[in-house]
Design a protein around this ligand. Structure first.
Ligand SMILES: CC(C)(COP(=O)(O)OP(=O)(O)OC[C@H]1O[C@@H](n2cnc3c(N)ncnc32)[C@H](O)[C@@H]1OP(=O)(O)O)[C@@H](O)C(=O)NCCC(=O)NCCS
Length: 143
């Protein structure tokens, strides 16, 4: 339901990474006036540590920059050390600890990145208006 609503939302990009016709990863970013929020990022276990997560996130970040948005935030489970290391590697830093963020039980870390501090590759064009609401990219990051 959440994914279907995201696909319909003109302020949200839903991105699918495909490798040889298999869905390797999936990401959703929501764009506001001044900042963006990564709602979801997941790479299928067989395709992890191959750069898929990096390419998905970089594609969505480039869309933000093209739209004039330079702040990106996300929440990650406090116990998900692998994802935290991934985001740190991607230039994110921990902003705040959020106790009970998940169903009042599990804590989250809110992490963020200032995209104005990064070199921007303008080669990828990221239209915010979509025909079917879903963008896809191949293993070379082309959309
Ligand atoms: C987190 C996740 C999206 C990373 O995707 P990925 O495609 O495996 O990541 P990449 O291959 O692009 O990794 C880029 C760099 O991030 C770091 N990194 C990624 N996963 C890591 C891990 N589990 N532990 C430590 N560092 C990690 C590494 O430095 C990696 O570069 P390297 O492989 O050359 O060392 C993926 O592990 C995943 O889907 N996990 C389950 C869902 C999840 O936790 N989503 C995030 C919720 S907020």
């Amino acid at each position: 339901m959440r994914v279907a609503a995201s696909i319909r939302d003109p302020d949200v990009n839903v991105l699918v990474a495909c490798i040889r016709d298999n869905i390797a990863g999936f990401a959703i970013m929501r764009y506001g006036d001044a900042d963006a929020h990564l709602d979801l990022l997941a790479v299928a276990p067989p395709y992890r540590r191959l750069g898929v997560g990096r390419q998905l996130l970089e594609w969505l970040e480039k869309c933000a920059v093209v739209a004039g948005i330079f702040c990106v935030a996300l929440e990650v489970r406090a116990g998900n050390e692998g994802a935290q290391l991934f985001y740190k590697r991607m230039g994110y830093r921990t902003l705040v600890h959020l106790p009970g963020y998940y169903q009042g039980i599990e804590a989250a870390l809110r992490m963020g990145r200032d995209l104005s501090r990064r070199p921007v590759d303008h080669r990828i064009c990221c239209p915010r208006s979509k025909s079917n609401g879903v963008h896809s990219m191949d293993s070379e990051g082309k959309s």
